[in-house]
Design a protein around this ligand. Sequence first.
Ligand SMILES: O=P(O)(O)OC[C@H]1O[C@](O)(CO)[C@@H](O)[C@@H]1O
Length: 557
Amino acid sequence: MLTQTRAWQRLQEHHRQVSGSHMRDLFDRDDRRMQRFSLQFEDLLFDFSKNRITDQTLELLCDLARECGLADRIEGMFAGEAVNCTEGRAALHVALRNRSNRPMKVDGEDVMPAVNAVLTQMRSFVEGVHSGAWRGFSGERIRDVVNIGIGGSDLGPRMIVQALTPYHHSGLKVHFVSNIDPADLLDTLAGLRPETTLFLVASKTFGTQETLANAHAAKDWFLRCAGDQQHVARHFVAISTHRQRVRDFGIDPENMFTFWDWVGGRYSLWSAIGLSIALAVGMQRFEELLAGAHAVDEHFRSAPFEKNLPVVMALLGIWYINFFGAASHAIVPYAQHLQRLPAYLQQADMESNGKTTTCEGRAVSWDTGPVVWGEPGTNGQHAFFQLLHQGSRLVPVDFLLPACSHYALGAHQDMLLANCLAQAEALMRGRTEDEVRRQLREEGLGTAEIERLAPHRVFPGNRPSNLFMFGKLAPRTLGSLVALYEHKIYVQGVLWGVNSFDQWGVELGKKLADTILSELQGEGDLREHDSSTTALIHRVRCFPRRSGCQSGDSGQQ
Ligand SMILES: O=P(O)(O)OC[C@H]1O[C@](O)(CO)[C@@H](O)[C@@H]1O
């Protein structure tokens, strides 16, 4: 039991001792604080000095990890053990980026030959599309790629493709369609020509309602132009673990890129699910992404906990969630191209650790995964930073900051950097009442006005943040960053005792949606629902939307 470990008890005591201290004083007392609480990994600097920690905090947190058997659990994951305890599966996404090519085994079988074979298949496909050897049915080159997938079959590739915009292959645009809202597919298709469009149907299970419905609609759109079913082969490829369902859909298994059940959906961007990435930036860049992640895997496996980036990231999170009661964690990249990183990490973290049952089937009596959210800076400063600075809740923040831009535009990048550093400093240091009064006096305000305004202009500070700084956002760096977060999530799952690799919590809603869908489309009696759901279904049935929308009266179909 986590809460009965010796380290946990000592951390509780330690929390009582240090929770009253202010980071401002910790910095003032120790001008080497940044050096002591930062780690360098290749191009990445991880500054975690602006946290409410001392040397002892870190020691005790590492003790907690040791008492929870973290070292064995890390090895277990790399050894292909069934760490996904409810589904009896390995979670071996690290094999997908195992650039050392050392054997990695699942059920006694080395998976590397199969992993390498798919990479070879991806390379030849990507080269074919880029060179124009792979053409559409009319003989024209492929100009647009549409990835149809959702959740892990969308968020990772979408985030990476956007993050690597400066590396995009000219002449090819990659689009993503995920939502079952007809607007998503129709808006995307509106600008495309079937003759020059390639669809990637990305679904681990090939059974996801939204993806299949969108893929069928895309195929209808394509066939309305191409006519002949045999042309589908030049325009539709599947990425899945499920060969039969791919065949049933009408995609030749020749055009299928496979992966395996030991790859979790939200950990799958490194697999063939990353085909959209490889098409966007080329296979070499994709392999650089894998290499960056692999370097982190080696670090994660070998570095002592105190110097182990993902372990330290995870322990800091646990410190705030379990000892300070933090309920959420903000991800704020100061990089427009990392716009989708918060959404990606939302799934990675919340679908992994949004659980309250331990692997042994017991209810946890401690808090688990936080609400992960965020937006790029500086936009976020003008939206939610008010609450971060002066709100009643403690929200730890991760800042991600490329020191250099791929673009040159006046002083923009320096302004971006200055804003990020200023926010982190302000969150930490705050502004005392004395400082406020002094400033207001300097501004020439009278005593009464100072008294009135001072309480509003005090910043408590002592608000924790981590900061990742790196050079330009390059594929290798990005691969490392994503792998760091993946392992952070695993470490937290291990300490909380939950299975980070299943997602039973999304099943119930999916099942109910199937039932309600047939009720919306039928006229008969409803099954038993609560009075609210029943009334809402009846309300929907009354809307004239069905004839209008389904017949495509917008003219977009
Ligand atoms: O790749 P698939 O099988 O279509 O699943 C898509 C997503 O659906 C989920 O199962 C649940 O929403 C995710 O875990 C997964 O990434």
